[in-house]
Design a protein around this ligand. Structure first.
Ligand code: ADP
Ligand code: MG
Length: 912
């Protein structure tokens, strides 16, 4: 157990003897025993004992100690005012943080100030803007196992629930296939997850924090009951038992993380001896905390509704992360597409990219809107300008609903509402349905805006308890109190003149300081003239300060009125905030409309600026496409590469039922990988509803994109690269179908040439004959081009390079047919490899070519004498031969067979 977590031993031993404050700390640590408890003491959050030592080292803050009658405890504290940056460091170090705030004013009670955990901050449940990327979601996930829809007997379905606690986005899906859930996890990249009983955690990526949480919340009944509190009957909303469990558990976790351990529930269980001790939430009944009102929607989706992109495809198509380790941040698809003006749109655009569409009518609806906005520069630019003033309404309303918003947040909401009518006007004459819908849905929430305008001053302070927030004439009680204070101050303001006249002392002054309050100051030479009713308060070097009973009375009146006014303001503020909180769904509806508009405007901006075209989307059911995929791109460009270099050579691509599989050859650096990715990215962009970088494009939506890049530069998890490659290939061969787009980039590199070729050939045949996927296969195995000539639906493409005086010129132009040579040697020259090495390479190439010809023309049975052949026919060692003989080929999967081959081959190498 981490000594930074749980109740410190030094305290646990003598809990009952501890001072009340330290007992509070101890108990909160016991209750939130998977988190570092930040314990408010005045202006600081303190940690003690093990947590203090850990925090001091981690955060580079001073380690001090606190001594009381029961002992001395190490202590380290962080100032509350900039706690966020420290909390961020704790999270980064892998800790969860429970923030225990003072929930009553120190003067209010005789005993120790009450403290409660007001939030538990974990990587997946962040709500503070400072800790979150504004233009991306931050998800926490729950994975649960349960019965499927069709009452399968066993718990054989796996569900995934995803929640962004900061925005309220809440999604659920399920599948009987684990890989499918793993793919969905890759899409959303949750920062944290809770995992139900018997659910596999290996569907989660390594960088996802797995939080141990009370497994009872995954119980079907409990989950259903908490869900029904939010969304009514869960069976009507969700498709399976597993989904109910995952969603219910996730809600319970979100409520737990929200904290909110309020009065009447002091401290932790005295002795938590239950089985679940040591797990967060174990001492808490699910659903016992306040509801998170802003969770108003739960969207269930089927993974099959969207273009499926697994983790490998997401990476190699550079959707969100640049492929090169030190790649430029904007060298990603999202980087080139994101011209959004506000955080709302940024997140929506990312969601669209994560989940490209399949159904042509949905795609067309977006395309119509993008086309219209592309055509109208004015509308587009105006919208963009106006959207820049739009605050993050989703997080704002979340904060309002969680009672964490301050008056400035309300003003931000108001300022956003103020631009909505103008944005709406921009769409008044919209043609397409999508934009007309948006026009409809851009509700400026006039009532909310008026409420804020009436209630909150235009430039309120951050603090919500110190007044200065509520506008004049909003509340008559408040106005009265303010009137009293104002009158009192006026009386004091006039006092100076009155007293000067009364006493004849011209230098008499009325002043104020925070210790003594108001006073009348008289300089020493005038002390004789001081009247009877002056009472001496303070003696300074050159003067004396006095008060009068009247002045004191006025002062008390002012202070009393001001205090009560502050209280009244706070009360009013909370009322206003809660009234606005009641409008959460309308604010979310508006946020959604603004987000959609921003994302559409962004796509249109990119389309116009970079000369994209509207893709024609073919209906897969139509006769023309014959149920398969047709892709016809003229003058296509790679959306990312074209931005990172000066010039880019456009290339076309044509695939249909008769031309389904392309074998692409060409020297290194000629453009093969770029070409293949550009085809896939254009397809993907089209399905997002974006215009595409091409002169024209026509395509059938694909259901899955698979990409596999040769293992040479992709070493994962210590497994042999060959194994990784085979594993990934196995997935493709198993899951791809005629609605898939498959990119194979130099697969079969992880093993010897002969094997590589054999595997590449077998894969090609399989994809062609059995799978029928649209396939682009870049390869250095030239014999594959001959194979392609033999297969009816396969064809060849190649990149040529030009050599002039040993210089190599890349044209990056795709052409039909096979490449003539690999030009590896020439590329080496161009790259500056020393001349003698290049010369020797040339010799070897020639020799090998000669040997290859010999080998082909003279059958091996003749017992050829060339050096090459004699090594090839070296006898197989007995041990390997024996193993080969014993292989039970009938019981092996292709991958097992390949793996076994690989092993035997290594054995051979060792033995010879
Ligand atoms: P290969 O896969 O054949 O080795 P790449 O696709 O990796 O080649 O391309 C190598 C480099 O050539 C790219 O990084 C890019 O800079 C450039 N390139 C590729 N295709 C084009 C193109 N169509 N127009 C301009 N430059 C290109
Ligand atoms: Mg390549």
């Amino acid at each position: 157990m981490d000594p930074a977590l749980g109740p410190p031993n030094a305290m646990a031993e003598k809990r009952d003897e501890l001072t009340p404050m330290m007992r509070q700390y101890h108990d909160l640590c016991a209750r939130y025993n998977d988190a570092i408890v930040l314990f408010q003491v005045g202006d600081f959050y303190e940690t003690f004992c093990g947590a203090a030592e850990r925090s001091a080292r981690l955060l580079e803050i001073a380690l001090t100690s606190r001594e009381d009658s029961t002992g001395e405890y190490p202590m380290a504290g962080i100032p509350i005012d900039n706690a966020e940056s420290y909390i961020e460091d704790l999270l980064e170090a892998g800790y969860r943080v429970a923030v225990a705030d003072q929930v009553e004013e120190p003067g209010e009670t005789a005993g120790v100030v009450e403290r409660a955990v007001t939030r538990v901050i974990t990587p997946g449940t962040l709500t503070e803007d400072e800790l979150l990327a504004s233009d991306d979601n931050n998800f926490v996930a729950a994975v649960a196992r349960g019965r499927g829809i069709d009452t399968r007997p066993a718990d054989d379905e796996l569900a995934l629930a995803l929640l962004d606690v900061s925005t309220g986005d809440f999604l659920a899906t399920s599948s009987a296939a684990e890989e499918s859930i793993a793919d969905e996890v890759s899409r959303f990249a949750p920062a944290e997850a809770v995992v139900g009983p018997n659910a596999p955690s290996d569907v989660l990526p390594d960088d996802c924090m797995v939080t141990p949480f009370d497994e009872r919340v995954f119980d079907r009944e409990r989950a259903a009951s908490i869900l029904s509190e939010y969304f009514g009957e869960p069976d009507a909303l969700l498709a399976s038992d597993a989904e109910i469990r995952a969603c219910g558990a996730l809600l319970a976790y979100a409520e737990y993380a929200r904290g909110g351990e309020h009065e009447g529930e002091k401290g932790g269980d005295e002795s938590d001896e239950s089985d679940d001790a040591g797990k967060a939430g174990s001492s808490r009944e699910p659903g016992e905390t306040d509801r998170l009102e802003y969770l108003t929607h739960l969207t269930r989706y089927d993974p099959r509704e969207y273009l499926l992109l697994d983790a490998v495809a997401l990476r190699s198509l550079e959707l969100f992360e640049p492929r090169a380790v030190n790649g430029r941040d904007d060298a990603t698809l999202v980087g080139v597409l994101d011209e959004t003006a506000c955080a709302l749109g940024g997140r929506t655009l990312r969601d669209w990219l994560r989940r490209p569409l399949l159904e042509s009518h949905r795609i067309e609806a977006r395309l119509d809107a993008v086309e219209e906005l592309t055509g109208s520069v004015q509308t587009r630019e105006h919208c963009h300008e106006l959207l820049r003033d739009v605050y993050d309404l989703e997080r704002l309303i979340g904060r309002i609903s969680r009672e964490r918003a301050n008056a400035r947040d309300l003003r931000s909401l108001r300022d956003t509402l103020a631009v909505v009518p103008e944005i709406r006007d921009q769409l008044a004459n919209a043609d397409c349905d999508r934009l007309r819908d948006l026009h409809e849905n851009l509700d400026p929430l006039v009532d909310v805006r008026e409420l804020i305008d009436d209630a909150v001053v235009s430039d309120p302070p951050i603090e919500i308890t110190e007044g200065g927030i509520i506008a004049e004439e909003y509340d008559s009680d408040l106005d009265d109190l303010r009137g009293t204070a104002r009158d009192g101050k006026q009386w004091i303001d006039d006092l100076e003149a009155r007293e000067r006249e009364r006493t004849g002392i011209d230098s008499l002054k009325v002043g104020y300081n925070s210790v003594h309050g108001y006073y009348i100051e008289v300089t020493n030479p005038n002390l004789d003239a001081v009247p009877e009713n002056y009472q001496r308060r303070q003696t300074l070097k050159n003067s004396e300060r006095f008060v009068t009973p009247e002045l004191k009375e006025r002062e008390d009146e002012i202070v009393g009125a001001e205090e009560r006014a502050d209280e009244r303001e706070y009360e009013l503020f909370c009322e206003v905030r809660s009234d606005i909180g009641d409008e959460v769904e309308r604010v979310q509806g508006l946020a959604d409309a603004l987000a959609t508009l921003d994302a559409l405007v962004s796509l249109a901006t990119v389309a116009a600026q970079y000369d994209y075209c509207r893709p024609e989307i073919l209906d897969p059911e139509s006769e023309r496409t014959d149920g398969g995929v047709e892709i016809d791109i003229t003058g296509g460009r790679h959306p990312v590469v074209e931005r990172t270099q000066e010039s880019f050579v456009p290339n076309s691509a044509r695939f249909d039922a008769e031309q389904r599989l392309a074998v692409i050859t060409g020297p290194n650096m000629s453009g093969k990988s770029t070409y293949m990715r550009q085809v896939a990215q254009i397809v993907l962009l089209a399905q997002v509803g974006s215009f595409v970088p091409a002169e024209s494009a026509r395509l059938t939506p694909v259901e899955r994109i698979f990409t596999r890049v040769g293992a040479s530069d992709d070493i994962a998890g210590g497994r042999s690269t060959f194994m990784v490659e085979m594993d990934e290939l196995a997935t493709i061969l198993r899951d791809a179908d005629e609605r898939s787009l498959v990119l194979l980039d130099e697969v079969g590199r992880g093993t010897s040439t002969a094997d590589g070729l054999a595997i590449a050939q077998a894969i090609t045949e399989h994809l062609h004959d059995a799978v029928g996927a649209t396939t682009l296969f870049a390869t250095h195995h030239h014999p594959l081009t001959e194979l392609a000539d033999d297969l009816p639906d396969a064809f060849t493409l190649h990149f040529e390079v030009e050599q002039t005086d040993g210089e190599v010129v890349f044209h990056h132009e795709i052409e039909p047919g096979a490449a003539t040579g690999s030009y590896g040697v020439e590329v080496a020259t161009a790259a500056g490899v020393p001349e003698d090495v290049v010369d020797r390479s040339r010799e070897l190439v020639d020799a090998n070519a000669a040997a290859e010809t010999t080998a082909r023309t003279e059958p091996t049975a003749d017992g050829g004498t060339s050096e090459l052949e004699s090594t090839e026919t070296a006898p197989v060692p007995d041990s390997v031969a024996a193993e080969l003989r014993d292989l039970n080929v009938g019981h092996m999967t292709p991958v097992e067979a390949l793996t076994e081959l690989d092993r035997l081959q290594r054995l051979l190498e060792e033995e010879s």
